[in-house]
Design a protein around this ligand. Structure first.
Ligand code: 5GP
Ligand code: ZN
Length: 133
């Protein structure tokens, strides 16, 4: 993907504040951080979203997220941690190259993630079980 900014960053064509790199991934600091230490896991090969991401890379990305969360929590002394991954504009995706957000959380921070809980009706539960199970 010649016009994809995260392809260029992941493959080192555009410099970035890199926390970690291996053959498959680069982990960079987000330029618009939600909190101190907010980082992004970028695969080096292009996949627009989780639907396009090969299973093998999906597995490796989760293992890397776990490693980064452990190290960042130890070093930054954060109080909690969110791992966020958006797919599609409606879901908040703005860069269409798969990435995982690593967001350290601190007591009293102003990070806003979340939703207003609805109600799972019997009808919808049964419909979803029938279609998805
Ligand atoms: P999304 O909304 O697609 O899940 O997340 C995109 C993220 O990429 C945002 O948090 C945004 O701040 C970050 N971002 C966008 N462009 C750049 C860039 O050129 N460099 C870095 N380091 N982060 C970027
Ligand atoms: Zn890309």
């Amino acid at each position: 993907m010649s016009d994809c900014i995260f392809c260029k960053i992941a493959n080192g064509e555009i410099p970035s504040a890199t926390l970690y790199e291996d053959d498959d991934f680069r982990v960079i600091l987000d330029l618009g951080p939600a909190s101190k230490g907010h980082a992004l896991i970028l695969p080096k090969s292009h996949a627009a979203n989780i639907y396009e991401l090969p299973e093998e890379l999906a597995g490796k990305a989760m293992i890397l997220a776990k490693k980064m969360a452990g190290k960042m929590t130890e070093v930054l002394k954060c109080d909690g941690f969110n791992i966020v991954q958006n797919n599609g504009e409606i879901a908040g995706q703005t860069v269409f190259h798969f990435h995982m957000h690593l967001i350290p959380r601190y007591e009293g921070d102003q990070v806003k993630l979340g939703w207003t809980p609805g109600t799972l009706t019997d009808e919808v539960r049964d419909e979803l079980l029938e279609k998805l199970k």
